[in-house]
Ligand binder design. Structure first.
Ligand SMILES: *Cc1c(COP(=O)(O)O)cnc(C)c1O
Length: 451
């Protein structure tokens, strides 16, 4: 593919505020949003985007914001990454849709081949493509159930797997994801996670605790799948203690339970490995990917052992748009970008920069209880100074102060007390440093939470 035609330099890579945030055009658009869009669809910032590239999002008033969110870990290769733009422009002119289940096309097969090559393990694999993370998680459960003939699914405390009915049942946090949206799908059982900051357990002990509960309350013979995020996303960027994931995977292997890694947020170089499971050499039976897979186009996938993936009858898996040709072209270009630009290493460099900055900040601010995460998936958990009581109010105020200064940061966590940083890997070190100067000032300007 030839060099991109778009001029990335038109999105100047600097933070620049030309109005107070939100600016007048954004205020106008927000009023239209409130009149036209369902209230249930919230926004983190009341600022409307016009363009984005590298580490910058430009709003409709011309403000240049530093992007530490990547649209929730999606634009890992950068927004409108040059190879993605070129590939999609070519594809949109060739054809936009035929439905892979009617008249298939090569790019879907090529994405499947790439995922079979890139996901953990060198066993024989197959892939199926879908549109959203939640849809792929649902399909992983369908595949595990039909392959095992068992009904139950094990998930974990703090888990996030999506907003469809089955994935709401699998998601832990009631507000905002589940509140008043039940009844939920049955046969979903929740086990305790390894959460080193809060439980102090080593990986083996935490795994034994979870597996004991599953054996006593569900029974291995009834379990089709155990579904886990190798580092939890919405739940608070919780990285289990070393040994936790390998112990769960080994138990699954012994008991014929399908080990499903939900790598929707952690996949595609985000954590400084191509997949987060690679770090401890864990080989899942099924891997679910989405978010970072296609540079911003909607695509998701289930990849796994051929004998499991081939268990479903023909016609049992699919969907009208699954593996849309534009999304497949984008995914191939995103994968090429990750490999050609060395983005796995780039994520490790970002990790070093972020952890250095945040650990220094933690030294001087005891409200930062924990600094954790890997690659370009780093978080701080905020607590009442001197203890571990969650401080969601501080997280909200620090995020608001950073937003006002033109830095896009997100919060997460069961207790709402986690600030998470998910920069695109196309961001420069200079922008990262400036963003964390802003974050540092936001902490300094936020007095202790009252009460
Ligand atoms: C975002 C996310 C999902 C859901 O993906 P959607 O595309 O929003 O449906 C599932 N699992 C994890 C770990 C996620 O981060």
């Amino acid at each position: 593919m030839s060099a991109p035609a778009i001029d990335q330099s038109t999105v100047v890579q600097e933070r620049r505020l030309v109005t107070a945030l939100p600016g007048p055009r954004s205020v106008e658009l927000m009023a239209r949003k409130q009149a036209a869009v369902a209230a249930g669809v919230g926004t983190t910032m009341p600022v409307f985007a016009a363009r984005a590239a590298g580490g910058i999002v430009v709003d409709v008033d011309g403000n240049h914001l530093i992007d530490l969110g990547s649209g929730i870990a999606v634009t890992t290769v950068g927004n409108s990454a040059p190879r993605v733009v070129a590939a999609v422009q070519q594809q949109v002119a060739d054809f936009t849709h035929t439905c892979f289940m009617i008249t298939p096309y090569e790019s879907y097969v090529a994405v499947a081949e790439a995922l079979n090559r890139l996901t953990p393990g060198d066993h024989e694999k197959r892939t199926a493509l879908f549109n959203s993370g939640a849809e792929a998680v649902e399909n992983a459960v369908k595949i595990a159930r039909t392959a095992t003939g068992r009904p139950a699914v094990a998930v974990f405390d703090h888990a996030y797997h999506g907003r469809t009915n089955l994935t709401m049942a699998m998601t832990a946090k009631v507000m905002p994801y589940k509140h008043r949206f039940g009844p939920f799908a049955s046969e979903v059982y929740r086990a305790p996670l390894s959460y080193p900051f809060r439980d102090g357990l080593d990986g083996a002990t935490a795994a034994a605790r979870a597996l004991d509960l599953l054996e006593k309350q569900v029974g291995a013979d009834n379990l089709a799948a155990l579904v886990i995020e190798p580092i939890q996303g919405e739940g608070g960027f919780i990285e289990p203690a070393p040994g936790f994931l390998p112990a769960l995977a080994a138990w699954c292997r012994t008991n014929g339970v399908v080990f499903v890694a939900d790598e929707v947020q952690t996949g595609f170089a985000r954590t400084g490995d191509l997949f987060a499971c690679d770090r401890e050499g864990v080989v899942p039976d099924l891997v679910v990917s989405a978010k970072g897979i296609a540079g911003g186009l909607p695509l998701s996938a289930v990849t796994g052992r051929a004998e499991l993936m081939d268990a479903a009858h023909a016609g049992g898996l699919g969907g009208t748009y699954g593996g849309n040709p534009l999304a497949c072209a984008a995914a191939l270009a995103a994968i090429e970008t990750i490999e050609a630009d060395g983005l796995v290493q780039r994520a490790r460099d970002v990790e070093h920069l972020l952890l250095t900055r945040l650990r220094a900040l933690q030294e001087s601010d005891p409200r930062i209880g924990d600094v954790r995460g890997r690659g370009a998936m780093i978080a701080v958990e905020l607590v009442r100074a001197g203890g571990t009581d969650p401080d969601p109010d501080l997280a909200r105020r620090v995020a608001a102060a950073a937003h006002a200064e033109g830095v896009i940061v997100l919060t997460c966590g069961t207790y709402g007390n986690v600030l998470r940083f998910l920069p695109p890997l196309a961001i420069s070190d200079a922008l990262l440093d400036e963003a964390f100067d802003v974050v540092e000032r936001a902490f300094a300007a936020s007095p202790p939470t009252a009460g």
